[in-house]
Design a protein around this ligand. Structure first.
Ligand SMILES: Nc1ncnc2c1ncn2[C@@H]1O[C@H](COP(=O)(O)OP(=O)(O)OP(=O)(O)O)[C@@H](O)[C@H]1O
Ligand SMILES: [Mg+2]
Length: 299
């Protein structure tokens, strides 16, 4: 299983939105004739990604039952064993009319404030509880886990640090503005800390995704060379594909939006999102140590 954190320490840059795009499109790819089994781990107690996948009421029911990631991490740390089934939920496959490609089934794990806080206030909890206890178990059921991180975390956020330490790679959405790019060193600082505590080079940077792009705007055209230079200076690659600024794309995190087919969900923006997710997929398959193998269904 390959674990990818969607992380930028700046808030509101599109982490949850990108997580949902990646989940939908990765789950439509096949490797060696079998569809990729995709899990979304919503590490943010705000629950934007989990609410979009399970619906606001579905998420409330799960939270009410106390089956969140903070509780799971604590149980792993204390007992070193959990019944994973208690913490796993799913967004079922859509039922479209005719030959339309359905929205795929996605596995979901959620966070809640109470259990995340209970885990984080105890400084004795291990930073590697999720990597050592959870990841091997998840690998029996999923091919890829996408971890939607909260913004504005620091070293005290033990659950978020755990999530980053269990990740093989990072995808970082950024807005193409000076204010957003200038905040990147803070994100890199966190990544350095996590590598040090995890004892290795992981997570690797798959790249920066420019989100909310208006290619025709003067501001974007003026900023792009500077953004490329900054990214190169920080040693972080940029993805070629970008995501446009579009109201329709912002609907990804709308928890009332019910649809069954990929085209219905992504409409005009289907090719944009697919191109980006395909690039993510190719990059991870070129990393040393990944399982290799070619996907199908590319553009
Ligand atoms: N490409 C886009 N076009 C238009 N709106 C977008 C796009 N991407 C994200 N948004 C909107 O921007 C807002 C922030 O996005 P999102 O919640 O995904 O960010 P985030 O980084 O997860 O935020 P947080 O740090 O609070 O978790 C949301 O209202 C979302 O709908
Ligand atoms: Mg978010």
């Amino acid at each position: 299983m390959y674990a990818i954190s969607i992380f930028n320490n700046k808030g509101g840059v599109g982490k949850s939105t990108l997580t949902l795009f990646m989940a939908d499109f990765l789950a439509t790819l096949s490797v060696r004739g079998r569809p990729l089994r995709v899990l979304v781990m919503d590490m943010d107690p705000q629950g934007s990604a989990a609410a979009a996948l399970l619906g606001a009421e579905g998420l409330e029911r799960v939270r009410g039952s106390g089956r969140g990631l903070g509780r799971l991490a604590r149980d792993l740390d204390v007992r070193n064993a959990v019944d994973l089934g208690d913490f796993l939920f799913k967004r079922p496959r859509g039922v479209p009319r005719g030959r339309a490609e359905p929205l795929p089934e996605i596995g979901v794990m959620v966070s809640d404030k109470a259990s995340s806080f209970a885990f984080e206030v105890n400084p004795l909890h291990r930073l590697t509880a999720l990597r050592d206890g959870l990841k091997p178990e998840l690998a029996k059921r999923f091919d890829v886990a996408l971890l939607d991180l909260p913004g504005n975390i620091d070293v005290r956020n033990l659950l978020a640090v755990n999530a980053l330490i269990m990740s093989d790679a990072l995808v970082t959405p950024v807005e193409p503005s000076r204010i957003s790019i200038n905040a990147l060193p803070d994100t890199l600082e966190m990544v350095r800390y996590v590598r040090e505590r995890g004892g290795g080079e992981m997570p690797a940077f798959l790249g920066l995704v420019l989100n909310r792009v208006d290619k025709r705007s003067q501001q974007f055209q003026r900023n792009l060379p500077w953004i490329r230079e900054m990214a190169a200076g920080l040693g972080v690659p940029l993805f070629d594909a970008v995501l446009p600024n579009a109201l329709a794309l912002s609907a990804a995190t709308d928890d009332r939006l019910v649809c069954d087919a990929m085209r219905e969900r992504y409409g005009l923006y289907y090719p944009h999102v697919k191109a980006l997710v395909w690039e993510v997929f190719r990059r991870w398959h070129h990393l040393p140590g990944s399982e290799g193998g070619e996907g199908s269904g590319g553009p």
